[in-house]
Design a protein around this ligand. Sequence first.
Ligand code: ZN
Length: 206
Amino acid sequence: MRSPAALLAAVSFAALVFASARPGRAEQLDVVLQAGHQGRPASCAPLHVKKCNLGAGSPIGTERAWTPIVADAAARTLRADGFSVARRPADYAAHDRARFAAFIHFDGASPVCASGASAGFPLGTSPALAEHWRRFYAARFPFAFRGLNITTNESGYYGFRKVDAPEKLLIEFGELSCPAQAAWMKPRLDALGVLLAHFIEMDLAR
Ligand SMILES: [Zn+2]
């Protein structure tokens, strides 16, 4: 049995904790990581998603299978380094608040090998962040980095609206439909996740 004084202290501590949390708003996380297309098509109908894009594919692999591997490796790395992470699939009900949100994809193109790596960001994210990523990844990815916000699918990505964060980045790690790029990426999916985690950690330390 706790003394009345201890009980009072516990109650005031709880009041303090709850007062500091903004009511009705999600907890502030360090990082949100979304694996593009993960969980589709099953998640589309329950979450009223009309454009149920299943992602790119080739005989070497599918985007839906690859993005969770990258996202999980990035989440593991960030958590091991002490960062709080929400790991999200393509469709989910939650709305997150975070310092950084990354949306993980691989591109598909026709004709094949017409594309490569690219990245997208919304209004509100500094173009300098996307440019940092471009330079960071282009130095490691041995194929073309096509550019930033090269399509409206990139700049207007639906996932951006699921998160309040000052920094949001949609990442196309490479073209899955291009055999040479896919063959380079396939054995490196974990490594790509670790690379992304280290980039995010560098950014958050700035
Ligand atoms: Zn995609």
